[in-house]
Design a protein around this ligand. Structure first.
Ligand code: ZN
Length: 153
């Protein structure tokens, strides 16, 4: 999926989990959005690699939608941050990261959540960059707006 769709899913996931988050909410949303782009460091032309070119070399060693599209990186990141008492950072990154895996799971190519250990493949009907992705993108934006309104009113 395109970077903007992942950001939209990140916003929606961030809003859904916001009531359970008890630290700075601006930091929370910044971290959720970084987390929502992070799995695509395994793709050379991705948005995250154009923002932080330093991670681009990783794409040469890791298959796209392989390890970085499994549940293991967010678990490792969360575990490491939690160890240093930065679990609140890990949670926010994790919310974004998992929103990315879920949204890629809606695409035809799909995602193997347990790569490379086992096979737990989730796939849908959406083709990246095609009409269906745009429909999903706008639907997620609308849901996010509805969620914000429900939080404010
Ligand atoms: Zn991805």
């Amino acid at each position: 999926m395109m970077g903007r769709t992942h950001l939209a899913f990140g916003v929606l996931a961030g809003l859904m989990f916001m009531p359970f988050y008890h630290h700075n909410l601006i930091l929370y949303f910044v971290l959720v959005l970084i987390g929502a782009l992070l799995p695509d460091i395994d793709h050379e032309g991705s948005k995250i690699n154009s923002i932080f070119p330093i991670t681009r070399w990783l794409a040469r060693f890791f298959k796209h939608r392989g390890f970085f599209h499994s549940i293991f990186p967010p678990l490792i990141i969360f575990g490491a941050l939690w160890y240093f008492n930065w679990g609140y950072i890990g949670i926010a990154l994790g919310v974004g990261y998992l929103s990315h895996l879920f949204s890629d799971g809606l695409t035809k190519m799909g995602v193997n959540f347990l790569h490379p250990v086992a096979n737990l493949h989730l796939a849908g009907f959406i083709e990246t960059g095609k009409v269906a992705e745009n429909v999903v993108f706008f639907a997620v934006i609308v849901l996010s707006i509805v969620k914000v309104v429900s939080l404010v009113v």
